[in-house]
Design a protein around this ligand. Structure first.
Ligand SMILES: [Zn+2]
Length: 466
C-alpha cells in the first residue's frame, strides 16, 4: 500500500488556494491567503498566494475563499463503545459514574462495539478529526472480535486510527471497581494484546492503523498487568496509554493501596517515558509535572469530561511551560456526550482560564489549536508524519467554512475557529483522500448510523436490565 501511495504522489494532485492557512509548524507560520498542493497522500507545496503554475495532473482545484485550512484535528483519548451509553448517570463523580455504568458495559458485544464506533467516528470526522483513537478496555467473555470490529469501522470511514488495546484484571473481588465478569485474566489480556499488535499495527510513515498497549487505570488493573504490559509494549515497539491522576479519589486509592501517589506508582511500574501518554493528569503537583517533563510522558487533556465528572482542572499551562507534550481528548461519550473535538479546543481554552494562577493568560486560540493538532500528533508518537501542514508530511487537512453568519464577522480566522461555534467543514482530507464534503461524511450513511446506534443502545439497555 505504501508503494502505491508513493507512486500516486508523482501523478495525482489536488490544489487548494485563496484560503487562510494556519500551518501549526514550529514557527506557527500562517498565510492570510495561500495555497496547498497535495500530491498523492503527501503535502507537496504550501505557501502564500496562488499555487505554482503548470502543475501536471491536477485532478481537483478548490477555491478556498473565506475558509481557514488547518491540520486535521487529532483525538488522543476516547472510548468508542460509550456512544451507546450516553446521557446516563449524568450527575455523578467518576467513581460513582463507573460503578453505575460498569454492569451495563460488561454486556457489550461485537455488533455494539462496531455500531458505537461508527457513531463516535462519525461525530469526530464530521467535526474535522482526521486521526482518531479508541481506548477500548471492556472485553467480556464470548463477546466476539471487538478490536477487529472497531478497526473495521475506522477503516471504512477513512480516518487514521490508533487502537489502544485496553484491559482490566482487578475486579470487585480484588478491591477494584469493575464487576468480576467484566475483567480478563492477566495472561489472557496480555496474550490478546500481543496478538492484536501483531495483526493490526503498522509502523510505517503513512500508517493508517496503529495499536498501543493500554491497561485501563490503577483502580481496575493489577500492578503486574501494568509492569508486564510495559514490558510487552517495549518488546513490540509500540506506545503505551492509560488513565492517570484523574480524580482526588484515585489519588487516595493509590496512597491507600500502594503507599504513593499515581505518578510515583506509574514510575515504579515502568509507566513514565516518551513512549507513554496518560489520559487526564488532573491532580498533578510540581514534582509530578517535573517527572512527566523529564521523561517526556505525554498527556491527553480532556477538559469537557473533567468538568462533566467534576474531576478538576488539569494544569495545562504549567505542563506546556515544563515541556510536557499535551494533546486533546474528547474522552468517552458517556462522560462527554458531544463527542466532537472542537468542543475540546474551546473548552481547553476556557476552562484553563478558570485556573486562578493563570487566568486570562492560561491559553490563547493558537495554543488551543496546537493542542488539538500538533500536540495530539506528538502524544500519539506521530509528530514526524502528521499534526502540522509542512511539505513532505501526510495530507491530513481541513477546510473550515468561516463564510457563514456564525463566523463571518470575526476578522481573525483562528480566533473565529477556536472561540466561535463549531465551524462547518467544507472538506476534510486524510492521507490525501477526501472523507468530508460540504459537512457530510463521504464514506458513511449518517441517517443509517442514527438508526443503528439508537437500536444498539436500546438493545444493550434491555440486555443489561435482564
Ligand atoms: Zn477515559
Amino acid at each position: 500500500m505504501a508503494a502505491s501511495a508513493a507512486h500516486d504522489s508523482a501523478t495525482r494532485r489536488i490544489v487548494i488556494e485563496n484560503c487562510a492557512i494556519a500551518t501549526v509548524d514550529a514557527n506557527d507560520t500562517e498565510y492570510a491567503s495561500g495555497h496547498i498542493v497535495v500530491a498523492g497522500n503527501r503535502i507537496e507545496f504550501i505557501g502564500a498566494g496562488k499555487a505554482p503554475e503548470n502543475l501536471e495532473n491536477v485532478v481537483r482545484r478548490i477555491d478556498g475563499t473565506g475558509h481557514l485550512v488547518t491540520p486535521g484535528l487529532v483525538n488522543t483519548h476516547h472510548h468508542f463503545y460509550q456512544w451507546i451509553t450516553r446521557g446516563l448517570a449524568t450527575d455523578h463523580n467518576l467513581f460513582n459514574w463507573l460503578v453505575a455504568l460498569y454492569p451495563t458495559w460488561a454486556r457489550i458485544d461485537e455488533q455494539m462495539t462496531y455500531t458505537a464506533a461508527q457513531g463516535s467516528l462519525a461525530a469526530m470526522a464530521k467535526g474535522g478529526v482526521t486521526t482518531a483513537m479508541d481506548h477500548h478496555y471492556v472485553f467480556p467473555k464470548g463477546s466476539g472480535d471487538l478490536s477487529g470490529s472497531i478497526i473495521r469501522a475506522a477503516s471504512e470511514m477513512g480516518v487514521r486510527f490508533t487502537l489502544a488495546r485496553g484491559s482490566m484484571d482487578r475486579s470487585e473481588k480484588d478491591g477494584g471497581l469493575p464487576p468480576d465478569h467484566a475483567v480478563e485474566t492477566l495472561e489472557g489480556a496480555l496474550a490478546d494484546t500481543e496478538a492484536t499488535v501483531k495483526k493490526f499495527h503498522d509502523a510505517s510513515f503513512d500508517s493508517m492503523t496503529q495499536v498501543a498497549v493500554a491497561p485501563c487505570s490503577p483502580f481496575s488493573v493489577s500492578t503486574e498487568l501494568l509492569k508486564q504490559g510495559a514490558e510487552l509494549a517495549r518488546r513490540l515497539g509500540v506506545r503505551m496509554h492509560t488513565h492517570g491522576s484523574e480524580t482526588v479519589e484515585e489519588e487516595k486509592f493509590c496512597h491507600e493501596l500502594f503507599g504513593m501517589g499515581p505518578t510515583d506508582y506509574f514510575e515504579s511500574t515502568g509507566w513514565l517515558g516518551e513512549d507513554v501518554w496518560m489520559a487526564h493528569s488532573v491532580h498533578m503537583n510540581d514534582s509530578d509535572i517535573a517527572a512527566f517533563a523529564r521523561t517526556k510522558t505525554g498527556v491527553a487533556h480532556c477538559p469537557s469530561s473533567n468538568a462533566r465528572l467534576a474531576a478538576g482542572i488539569a494544569r495545562v499551562p504549567d505542563m506546556l511551560a515544563a515541556g510536557v507534550p499535551v494533546g486533546l481528548g474528547v474522552d468517552g461519550t458517556a462522560s462527554n456526550e458531544s463527542g466532537e473535538l472542537h468542543t475540546e479546543l474551546r473548552n481547553a481554552l476556557l476552562i484553563n482560564r478558570l485556573n486562578p494562577v493563570h487566568r486570562e493568560r492560561a491559553l490563547n486560540a493558537r495554543q488551543a489549536l496546537r493542542l488539538g493538532t500538533y500536540g495530539g500528533a506528538q502524544v500519539l508518537g506521530r509528530a514526524d508524519n502528521i499534526g502540522s501542514l509542512e511539505v513532505g508530511k501526510c495530507a491530513d487537512l481541513v477546510l473550515w467554512n468561516l463564510n457563514t453568519f456564525l463566523h463571518s464577522s470575526i476578522a481573525d480566522p483562528v480566533t473565529a475557529l477556536v472561540f466561535g461555534a463549531a465551524a462547518p467543514v467544507t472538506a476534510s482530507f486524510v492521507n490525501g483522500k477526501q472523507i468530508v464534503e460540504n459537512n457530510r461524511l463521504l464514506f458513511a450513511d449518517e441517517d443509517a448510523i442514527a438508526v443503528s446506534t439508537r437500536e444498539e443502545a436500546q438493545r444493550l439497555a434491555r440486555i443489561a436490565q435482564a
